[in-house]
Design a protein around this ligand. Structure first.
Ligand SMILES: NC(=O)c1ccc[n+]([C@@H]2O[C@H](COP(=O)([O-])OP(=O)(O)OC[C@H]3O[C@@H](n4cnc5c(N)ncnc54)[C@H](OP(=O)(O)O)[C@@H]3O)[C@@H](O)[C@H]2O)c1
Length: 237
């Protein structure tokens, strides 16, 4: 067992569809998960719903976002872009030095009232790079999970999508890839530096447009790389 698998995964904004879906998958894989929310009672309600779906042995609890940050040094951020910066500033004192933060945020225009199939320009280059500027020193950031549909994550089928992980820190990349590989059906790929998150985030807007046009829940698969490039998830079906 690696060090990472002994740590709880704190999903900040875990009451929404993206965070809940990721938490459900990790709970099913035997991970200990903390749902974070601005409201502790809402976090506990979501945790209970996940426990019911993931089985009697599921280790899922709920608490407010600050308590979740204080309780774990492995954070997954799943909040709308419009609230990302303010939330990170508020949580800064609670985020533990040495934490790894994995950011799934997509700067969709919808988060400020625009179209879901468009992204906003982000001064730092991407939502994940904005996060990297806002976390305390000593906290490393990886970008991942932006292309995985919450609807698919919240279902029961294997997830037919690759997870491209971008980070400037090799350990954060490895941690995010391990988490992606815990999702049945998914594969993780090292996507290089954090600046590449800008491209991955934009793919989400494209996928949303495709899903609206074709009425589906499309993801992405990267083909043609050597087997060593893919960290395979569990395949259950
Ligand atoms: N939905 C998808 O298919 C999908 C897939 C991949 C990535 N993403 C990205 O993942 C993020 C979350 O997606 P989602 O669909 O789960 O979003 P969401 O439902 O709009 O928001 C997730 C949670 O964030 C919290 N939140 C909402 N507004 C906030 C604010 N202003 N400040 C702080 N917290 C706030 C809420 O939790 P509390 O009210 O309980 O605090 C909410 O339940 C987004 O950036 C999205 O682009 C989404």
């Amino acid at each position: 067992m690696s060090d990472r698998t002994r740590r709880a995964i704190a999903v900040i904004g875990g009451t929404g569809p993206a965070g809940t879906g990721l938490a459900l998958r990790w709970a099913r894989a035997g991970e200990t998960v903390i749902i974070g929310s601005r409201d502790a009672a809402r976090a506990e309600q979501t945790a209970e719903a996940i426990r019911k779906r993931a089985g009697a042995n599921a280790q899922v609890s709920g608490m407010d976002n600050s308590a979740a940050c204080a309780a774990s040094d492995l954070l997954v951020l799943t909040v709308p872009f419009a609230g990302q910066a303010a939330l990170l500033k508020q949580l800064k004192p609670a985020i533990r030095s040495g934490s790894v933060l994995i950011d799934a945020t997509v700067p969709l225009a919808a988060s400020v009232g625009g179209r879901a199939s468009r992204t906003l320009g982000v001064w730092q280059g991407s939502a994940a790079q904005q996060t990297a500027e806002l976390v305390p020193k000593g906290v490393t950031v990886a970008a991942a999970f932006q292309n995985v549909s919450a609807e698919v994550l919240n279902g029961d089928d294997d997830v037919d999508c690759d997870v491209i992980v971008c980070s400037n820190d090799p350990n954060a990349t490895q941690v995010a890839m391990e988490l992606a590989a815990k999702i049945a059906g998914a594969r993780a790929i090292d996507g290089g530096k954090l600046e590449n998150a800008r491209i991955v985030e934009q793919i989400t807007a494209l996928l949303i447009g495709l899903n609206l046009r074709h009425k589906g829940h499309g993801g992405i698969r990267i083909t043609g790389l050597p087997d060593s490039a893919y960290k395979m998830g569990l395949v259950t079906k």
